[in-house]
Structures are given as structure tokens and as C-alpha cells.
Design a protein around this ligand. Structure first.
Ligand code: HPA
Length: 271
């Protein structure tokens, strides 16, 4: 990855009308409905953006959408890149660097995750307060990282406290139950064994998923305030573990979608 490649990606988008977005949003599994809230949308398919990672077959819907929500200019990632698809850490975080170069001042992230904390239930949302990087690598471990910022990026407060506080207030106002906790990222794509769920609990995780952490590390590297919310799609109880049902995971993410849309829309309004 070079500065010049990023600039080419950005020029392509600027020429298409991506005009100084203020907020970047990453939409996770089953959370795509926020796109219906975008006014005057302009789209760019990942496959057409220079130097974007090449999409896999499954991934044909991936696109960046520019427009406005609540009178604020936003750029939305509909579909993200995952390590489990065979991409590397630089690939999956490239779009975050592009959105930053486009001018975003804040980043919102959503994902689907399994509940390790058994006080949390399927369909709950969880505000991520901190994380465990269990993906065995870093999006900052590359030779010319110093060209892009501090190699030893600070991670003492990776999730922006002001936006977290605002989101808690919004959830209260709309009577939306919002848990808080630690998100652990794994590579996947296989789900966890009972022993792994026990391990994650001992390590202090409240939820587990296959994304988000690399994006948050890069946002912190860029000095970009970030917030992330998980939809808890399954309960990871090692003593009563049922075979995974991906269709159910996607369905639960889908039924929780309207609440996620409310949280993000109201957060945009409040900024
Ligand atoms: N494990 C990992 N990722 C997930 C899970 C899970 O149980 N549920 C949704 N994404």
C-alpha cells in the first residue's frame, strides 16, 4: 500500500461526486437497511475503485455509497472485507484509509457477533467498550507503516468516549436495550468449539466476531474517532451448545436492524 494508490482511489471517488463526507459507516451482516436512509445516493462498486481489494464471487454487492443522512454528508460501506475470505490485514482496512482520505472525521461500525456473556441475549445490541485482538496479526505490521503514522499506535481508549456516551443516552431515550462489553475478534470462518467459548470467557470477552478490530486499529492509527456496535445473534453457551445456524444468525441480525438504524441515525443527528 502506498500514498499514491490511496490518492488514486480517492480521486476516482471524488470525480464521481463523493464530496467531503463527514462520517464513515461500516454496515455489518444483516444491517444493510441504513442505506435506505441515504438521501441523494451516489454509488461506487468496490470492483471499480482503483486499488480496492478485488471482490470474491460472493461479494458482488460490495459498494461505497455517498449521500446524506440527517443533513450530514456520509460515506457508507455496504459490505466489508474479512480475513476469512482470504484477504490480508492491509486489504480489509484499505477502505478505512480511503474514507479517511476522503475527509471523514468520525467512523461508525456495526457487526454481528456471538454472545459470550450469557447475561446477554440473542437480539440484544452491545456497545463495544474495548476489544481483544485474537486474529494473530495486525493491520499496522507492514514495512512502510511509518509513512502513514506512528508505528506503535496508542490503544488505551480505542472507542471514542464522547460518542459512546451519546449513544447510551440515545438508547435510553428510545428505550432500546444496549449492553456494553468487550469484543473479541477471531479469524473464522469456522465457529468456535465449546473449549474456545470457555477460553474466550476466561479471557474477558463478552462477544466474539470475525471483523471490526482491524478497522478500529487503523482508525486509531489515523486519529479517527470510532464507535462500534454489535448485534448479538447467538448465545455461546459451552454447556448447551447447539449446531450453528447461519440462516438464523442473519435473520436475527435482520430483526434487530431497525434499532441499529435508529441508534446510528440519532447519533448522526446529535453530532
Ligand atoms: N462466533 C464468531 N462469530 C460470530 C458468532 C460466533 O458465535 N456469531 C456471529 N458471528
Amino acid at each position: 500500500m502506498t500514498e499514491k494508490q490511496l490518492q488514486e482511489s480517492v480521486s476516482y471517488l471524488t470525480n464521481k461526486g463523493f464530496d467531503k463526507p463527514e462520517i464513515g459507516i461500516v454496515l455489518g451482516t444483516g444491517l444493510g437497511k441504513l442505506v435506505h436512509e441515504i438521501k441523494n445516493p451516489v454509488e461506487a462498486h468496490y470492483n471499480n475503485i482503483p486499488f480496492f481489494p478485488l471482490a470474491t464471487v460472493e461479494f458482488h454487492t460490495g459498494k461505497l455509497i455517498f449521500g446524506s443522512i440527517a443533513d450530514k454528508k456520509v460515506v457508507v460501506m455496504q459490505g466489508r472485507f474479512h480475513l476469512y475470505e482470504g484477504y490480508d490485514f492491509l486489504d480489509i482496512t484499505y477502505p478505512i484509509r480511503v474514507m479517511h482520505m476522503l475527509g471523514i472525521k468520525r467512523l461508525f461500525i456495526s457487526n454481528a457477533a456471538g454472545a459470550i456473556n450469557l447475561n446477554f441475549k440473542k437480539g440484544d445490541m452491545m456497545l463495544i467498550e474495548d476489544h481483544l485482538n485474537l486474529q494473530g496479526g495486525s493491520p499496522l505490521a507492514f514495512k512502510n507503516v511509518a509513512d502513514f503514522g506512528e508505528r506503535f499506535a496508542d490503544m488505551s481508549e480505542p472507542y471514542n468516549p464522547d460518542m459512546r456516551q451519546k449513544l447510551i443516552q440515545i438508547a435510553k431515550k428510545y428505550d432500546i436495550s444496549l449492553q456494553k462489553g468487550v469484543y473479541a475478534s477471531v479469524v473464522g470462518p469456522q465457529l468456535e468449539t465449546k473449549a474456545e467459548y470457555r477460553m474466550l470467557k476466561i479471557l474477558g470477552a463478552d462477544a466474539v466476531g470475525m471483523s471490526t478490530v482491524p478497522e478500529v486499529i487503523v482508525a486509531n492509527h489515523l486519529g479517527l474517532p470510532v464507535i462500534a456496535v454489535s448485534v448479538l445473534t447467538d448465545e455461546c453457551d459451552p454447556d448447551n451448545l447447539e449446531p450453528v445456524n447461519i440462516a438464523e444468525i442473519i435473520a436475527i441480525a435482520g430483526t434487530t436492524e431497525p434499532k441499529m438504524v435508529t441508534l446510528f441515525k440519532e447519533l448522526i443527528k446529535s453530532l
